[in-house]
Ligand binder design. Structure first.
Ligand code: SF4
Ligand code: SF4
Length: 227
């Protein structure tokens, strides 16, 4: 692409020219950065590439997935280092679907300030503050529902002034909801018993030796069960 069709972005204070059609991840790679962290599926699902950027003249920080956001002229880009959120171990089968369970595993949840900073940081547009509030009410159905599309990117964790870990609170809610509230699926139990009995061993062995392209073709051509 000719220079005059390129746009300029700033990567850690270095100005670089990149094609305007690139996502932030591709622009960083175009600029010569080799990304070994903070990049995963490149399709908006894994949550590894949460990023923060600012536009010239704006005070606002923008939160996004670097694989899903196209660059704009003048963007200030940076990559966020990996910082794992606090992830306590617990046995979900020993917990009931209530607020006491949430506070037992995540006692800091009580410190939520109701500031909504988490919601503003969420690239999935989830109502993060509302699901944290649902956890404090012991409403695991709302907690599971509102957090369902969380991709664990951790951007809300980075911004929470009360040092809460909303994605893990949401995950606890979804586990409690499926364990205690959702009706059991009898077909699932049958299928698991079949698997335990080795019913699919040959098919799995066959899949393991196929190429990725063959598996993709088979996946696209699969029969989808009617709802
Ligand atoms: S709730 Fe938090 S961890 Fe989940 S997608 Fe939104 S910002 Fe990322
Ligand atoms: S950012 Fe933290 S303190 Fe503020 S509403 Fe969200 S969870 Fe609560």
């Amino acid at each position: 692409m000719s220079e005059d069709k390129m746009i300029t972005v700033q990567v850690m204070e270095r100005k670089v020219k990149v094609p305007p059609s690139l996502t932030i991840i591709k622009a960083l790679e175009y600029a010569g950065y080799k990304l070994t962290h903070g990049v995963g599926c490149r399709a908006g699902f894994c949550g590894a590439c949460g990023t923060v950027y600012r536009m010239p003249g704006e005070a606002k920080l923008h939160f996004a997935l670097a694989c899903q956001t196209v660059v704009q002229d003048g963007m200030y880009l940076t990559q966020i280092p990996f910082f794992p959120g606090q992830k306590p171990a617990y046995d979900v089968t020993m917990l009931m679907p209530d607020a006491a369970a949430v506070l037992k595993v995540f006692p800091e949840t009580i410190n939520c300030l109701g500031c909504n900073t988490c919601t503003k940081a969420c690239p999935q547009d989830l109502e993060v503050m509302h699901y944290v509030a649902a956890s404090l009410r012991g409403d695991v159905e709302a907690l599971a529902d509102l957090s369902f599309d969380c991709i664990m990117c951790g951007l809300c964790v980075a911004r929470c002034p009360a040092e809460l870990v909303p994605p893990h609170i949401g995950l606890l809610g979804r586990r409690l909801y499926s364990l205690h509230v959702l009706p059991k699926a009898p077909d699932l139990a049958t299928r698991i018993a079949d698997m335990d009995g080795g019913a699919y061993r040959d098919q799995v062995a066959e899949l393991k030796v196929r190429s990725a392209a063959e598996i993709k073709t088979q996946y696209v051509a699969r029969d989808i069960e009617p709802e």
